[in-house]
Design a protein around this ligand. Structure first.
Ligand code: GTP
Ligand code: MG
Length: 126
């Protein structure tokens, strides 16, 4: 964060690898990351939880734990290009009020696109 401020960087993406909601020490680390980002006023823009469309009920458990730990602002639903429909985000929104902000429909950066609720609902029900 201080390096970014020093260089006048526009955007810092903090990506955590292999984090499991069941690993208490890793979740504590995540909370610490949030606290560090928050030291810079106005820096914290989004806290996104990435959920794989193939995730079932466990996605809701994950969302609960991550939301509690770091106050998630939205969900990124990946792998919507496969057969999975990602219906768990409906339960996540219902219980935690977390909106889906982006969806992944492939492996390139350009495949991360804005969430289209209508298209999603049609695919889910159709
Ligand atoms: N088809 C498809 N593949 C995806 C999508 N999103 C990610 N992938 C692929 O899934 C694999 C895992 O993606 P990562 O971004 O490394 O997953 P991750 O959750 O960050 O994994 P960790 O960093 O190990 O926790 C990679 O091969 C990605 O290219 C998607 O929307 N569609
Ligand atoms: Mg990763």
């Amino acid at each position: 964060m201080s390096s970014a401020a020093h260089k006048g960087t526009d955007l810092v993406l903090v990506d955590t690898a292999g984090r499991l909601h069941t690993k208490v020490n890793l979740m504590e680390e995540l909370k610490k990351l949030r606290r560090i980002v928050e030291k810079t006023p106005g820096a914290l823009q989004e806290v996104l939880l990435v959920i794989d469309a193939t995730t079932g009920q466990n996605g809701l458990t994950q969302a609960r734990v991550f939301a509690e730990a770091v106050d998630v602002t939205g969900v990124v639903l990946t792998k919507l290009d496969g057969t999975a429909k990602g219906g768990i985000v409906v339960a996540i929104q219902g219980e935690l009020g977390l909106p889906v902000k982006l969806v992944g429909v492939g492996e390139s950066a350009a495949d991360l696109v804005a969430f289209d609720p209508e298209e999603f609902a049609e695919a889910l029900l159709g």
